[in-house]
Unconditional design. Structure first.
Ligand code: RP5
Length: 167
């Protein structure tokens, strides 16, 4: 993890339960790839409502620049954090045993005007991490250059797959 001594986290990764970690780990891995310091915690909207509000209210002052929030089922965590922080919130719908994650997706994506959550796909932890990198890169030329390199690598991988199919 990049949250090494001397590197203050700029991204908060939070989730409703540790059972969400297999999905949310993708966000952490993406941030690691770009050497972006982050913190990770369980902040349940329903089981820890006061702590959840405090986390959202204090996040900007603590130096975070965006929050990645994942939850499953009645997934209110991303929206409630967005209600109390001025930071961008990226919501990750975590699929549970029933309903294939549609419940999580709809709980997160249908926010009222004025309170946006940037919702990624069901199970899209990795894209959440990459989106957070892009948010930071918009004001960080070095990080922007690394994101361009990453995009070139995606292009090369896809091109190589086509070559293999055509061979
Ligand atoms: C949600 O309930 C969590 O985000 C998790 O996706 C789901 C199940 O939690 P556990 O029962 O596994 O703790 O709030």
């Amino acid at each position: 993890m990049s949250d090494a001594p001397g590197t203050d986290p700029v991204i908060g990764i939070v989730m409703g339960s540790d059972s969400d970690w297999p999905v949310m780990e993708g966000a952490a891995q993406a941030l690691d790839e770009f050497s972006v310091p982050y913190e990770v915690d369980v902040v349940s909207a329903h089981r820890m409502p006061r702590e959840m509000i405090a986390y959202g209210e204090q996040a900007a002052e603590r130096g975070l620049r965006a929050i990645i929030a994942g939850a499953g089922g009645a997934a209110h965590l991303p929206g409630m954090l967005a209600a109390v922080t001025p930071l961008p919130v990226i919501g990750v719908p975590v699929p549970l045993k029933y309903l294939d994650g549609m419940d999580s997706l709809l709980s997160i994506v249908q926010m009222p005007p004025g309170v946006p959550v940037a919702t990624v796909s069901v199970g899209g932890g990795r894209n959440a991490g990459l989106l957070a990198v892009r948010m930071l890169a918009a004001h960080d030329p070095a990080l922007l250059a690394r994101m361009r390199e990453f995009q070139v690598s995606l292009n090369e991988q896809a091109t190589e797959k086509g070559k293999r199919l055509r061979a």
